[in-house]
Design a protein around this ligand. Structure first.
Ligand SMILES: CCCCCCCCCCCCCCC/C=C/C(=O)SCCNC(=O)CCNC(=O)[C@H](O)C(C)(C)COP(=O)(O)OP(=O)(O)OC[C@H]1O[C@@H](n2cnc3c(N)ncnc32)[C@H](O)[C@@H]1OP(=O)(O)O
Ligand SMILES: Cc1cc2nc3c(=O)[nH]c(=O)nc-3n(C[C@H](O)[C@H](O)[C@H](O)COP(=O)(O)OP(=O)(O)OC[C@H]3O[C@@H](n4cnc5c(N)ncnc54)[C@H](O)[C@@H]3O)c2cc1C
Length: 642
């Protein structure tokens, strides 16, 4: 199963080998539980481990393999981030996709050797979503052949970029490029922020940390202002766009090609989200098979809480989602790598499809991951609320994904633009022009679902039902939009008035893609036992998801009330079937105790003894009487006693 999850037997084996090596290297372990550290201590601890890793990485992993790097990162540095998180996730990908060969030769080897630390600085205090209204400017000075970066007002301060505040000395900065008073829109520039020797901010740069966040606090998300700060013309990233010495602008082959670093993260973050969801579920499911509370049959001893159907219903559909996201994420990364290769050689024809797909997926996956992790926390009762479970940190980090790389509603609306264009093709009889991801929009569907009538259809009837609801909602939302415009409404106003319906279409389309990716993967599996276990999970997935969106299929009679009962019964049937495999389905992800950082989720199940040990190690328990008591509470009580 681990081979299915991680892509191949080799990958699963490598992960095990890497975890085993790390287990033998105490210098790479947290020196004490992270929840007991202050933010400064955590940042220091992370930097300590990071520098050891830089020295010893080659002994542990193949540093050129992103999957091995990511596993090493999760084990040693953990998901609270590290001082170089953005260096690998966005700075290097931005340089790789957007810098010319010459620029790459100059900067990439230095970045890869970790001579410099970089980040991606785009969002500002006043604008994150609407890139057209970013306010930082890069004005070309013809006389000196330099760009002058400037922050005209407080809202133009860069705000949020990870590791910008304290760790990075370089950044890819996105600024509006102005040449001879003409604004060419946002473009990426390579900018040195700090002196390479002293790490002091360079003159003209104002920089710092934006303060503590809900989670992810090892990362120093930062602010940055420029006061007429000059960089050479050749620091504009020039793979696709060029500015010549005389100010001549050569436009890129696609208007949004400079957005590729965002698409990179949107594609890669899906499996990252799956991992966080599976981690939280691993903790909750293991704990649920240790925790005994109450009886189902009063004549029997107390049961493991995992025996309760409500507990299974709370956890198992999310297990199925974690697998579905991992499989859909793996497909998306493959597609992304393909499109990136094409883009580098000038073929930009697939960019719109990739943008639409990743926009929908990042939104649905992050939202459902958040839901699943929160359910996992509640499934652990009181102990889930303790930082000892570590689920709250996983939750905080995961839901950051609902916001970063494009706020979810906004990204769903990006996919909706693509769907509406596709709907227009269908309506004008040009369905043959539909891309493969939306081809179903042009296919006539049956009047009713056959779900309960062809039980051995190998999920075909389920896929057809998802296609039906997605198509119907897309055409309905598009009709609403076109109708308003026909009535004379301006395009943007009409769009806004339909946006809830449009986003519903985007979610349904994305959920269809996820279901199909899961079906595709299960169909490929040769090993009978693995196929059987995943088929059960897929049954739960399609039935649970369909129940969740049933209203769309009930409103036009595609599904009947009795079919809904059938679907519900299938959910209960598969909850029971999955129960014996539940812990194994999560243990198969092979997270080590080091990586999980959870007292509740320990592999050995020795929860209570370790919870007590953990509590005793709380800094508050170093003394029996705190100074807050001696200074305030004790005098107060004494005064009251007089
Ligand atoms: C094995 C390894 C595993 C690795 C796992 C890794 C896990 C990763 C963990 C992550 C760690 C956490 C790190 C966090 C880092 C966070 C970083 C950031 O947040 S960076 C900042 C991100 N910011 C955004 O995402 C901003 C969102 N806004 C936008 O993207 C855009 O403004 C917009 C798309 C909403 C609108 O753009 P605008 O230029 O204003 O568009 P127009 O309205 O003019 O045009 C729309 C038009 O353009 C098309 N479009 C838009 N984007 C793209 C694109 N990227 N590619 C192709 N086409 C694009 C769009 O489809 C429209 O087309 P049209 O034909 O007109 O419909
Ligand atoms: C943990 C974290 C890490 C980050 N790291 C980075 C980084 O490394 N580099 C970087 O540059 N940035 C980073 N960001 C910033 C992030 O990319 C932005 O916060 C994000 O893109 C959302 O933009 P915003 O904050 O402007 O939200 P807003 O756009 O202000 O969103 C507020 C509300 O307005 C709604 N809204 C906005 N526009 C529309 C619209 N057109 N239609 C409908 N509704 C709309 C949204 O849906 C939302 O409900 C990070 C953010 C976080 C939380």
């Amino acid at each position: 199963m681990a081979a299915q999850i991680w892509g191949s037997e080799k990958r699963a084996r490598r992960r095990r080998e890497i975890s085993a090596k790390i287990a033998q290297m105490p210098e790479l372990h947290d020196s004490k539980p992270l929840p007991f550290m202050t933010r400064e201590e955590k940042i220091m601890e992370s930097a300590r481990k990071l520098t050891i890793l830089t020295e010893k990485m080659g002994q542990i992993i193949d540093p050129t393999d992103p999957a091995e790097l990511y596993h090493l990162n999760n084990e040693v540095l953990g998901l609270e981030g590290n001082p170089m998180a953005l260096h690998g996730v966005m700075f290097i990908p931005a340089l790789s996709a957007q810098a010319s060969d010459e620029q790459q030769a100059k900067w990439l080897p230095r970045a890869l050797r970790r001579e410099i630390i970089g980040t991606y600085a785009q969002t500002e205090l006043g604008h994150g979503t609407n890139l057209q209204n970013l306010e930082t400017t890069a004005t070309y000075d013809l006389a000196t052949q330099e760009f002058v970066l400037h922050t005209p007002q407080i809202t133009a301060l860069k705000w949020w970029p990870g590791n910008l505040g304290k760790s990075s000395n370089y950044a890819v900065v996105v600024a509006h490029m102005i040449i001879k008073a003409k604004n060419y829109g946002p473009h990426p520039f390579m900018v040195q922020l700090r002196d390479e020797k002293t790490h002091e901010p360079l003159p003209g740069i104002t920089i710092g940390d934006i303060g503590p966040k809900m989670a992810y606090n090892i990362v120093d998300n930062g602010f940055l202002g420029f006061n007429k700060y000059r960089i050479p013309r050749t620091n504009l990233l020039m793979r696709h766009t060029k500015v010549e010495a005389d100010g001549t602008y050569i436009k890129p082959p696609h208007a949004k090609i400079n957005y590729s670093a965002m698409v990179h993260v949107r594609a890669y973050m899906l499996t990252g989200q799956a991992i966080m969801l599976a981690s939280a579920l691993n903790i909750a499911t293991r704990y649920s098979s240790v925790r005994r509370q109450g009886q189902i049959d009063k004549s029997q001893p107390e049961v493991k809480v995992l025996e309760y159907q409500t507990q299974q219903h709370r956890l198992f559909p999310s297990i199925a989602r974690a697998y579905a996201f991992q499989f859909a994420g793996a497909e998306t990364v493959k597609l992304y790598e393909h499109v990136l290769k094409e883009m580098k050689s000038g073929n930009v024809s697939l960019m719109a499809d990739l943008h639409a797909l990743t926009s929908g997926l990042k939104s649905v996956v992050t939202y459902q991951t958040g839901e699943g992790i929160e359910q996992a926390r509640m499934a652990c009762g009181g102990h889930g609320y303790s930082m000892a479970s570590y689920i709250s940190e996983i939750y905080g980090v995961a839901i950051g994904g609902c916001t970063y790389e494009g706020e979810n509603m906004v990204m769903l609306l990006q996919l909706a633009r693509y769907l509406v264009k596709s709907a227009a093709l269908v309506k004008s009889g040009q369905s043959s022009k539909l891309g493969p991801l939306v081809a179903y929009l042009g296919v006539k569907s049956e009047p009713t679902s056959l779900i309960d009538r062809i039980p051995n259809s190998g999920f075909t009837e389920y896929v057809k039902t998802f296609q039906h609801v997605s198509k119907r909602q897309t055409l309905k939302a598009a009709d609403m939009f076109f109708g308003l415009m026909e009535k004379g409404e301006k395009r943007e106003i009409a769009w806004n008035k339909c946006s809830v319906e449009l986003n519903r279409a985007s979610r349904l389309h994305t959920r269809l893609f996820i279901v199909e990716a899961f079906v595709r993967r299960v169909n490929e599996i040769a090993d009978i036992r693995i196929k059987e276990a995943l088929t059960d999970l897929l049954h739960l997935h399609v039935n649970y998801e369909l129940l969740d969106i049933a209203s769309y299929a009930l409103e036009d009679g595609f599904l009947s009330a009795s079919q809904l009962d059938y679907i519900r019964d299938q959910v209960y049937l598969y909850l029971g079937k999955i129960r014996p495999n539940a812990v194994s389905l999560l243990d198969s992800w092979e997270f080590s105790d080091i990586e999980l950082r959870s007292v509740l989720g320990r592999r050995d199940g020795n929860v209570y003894e370790n919870l007590f040990k953990w509590a005793k190690s709380s800094p508050l328990n170093k003394t029996d009487v705190l100074s807050s008591v001696t200074q305030y509470l004790k005098p107060m009580m004494e005064k009251a006693r007089l």
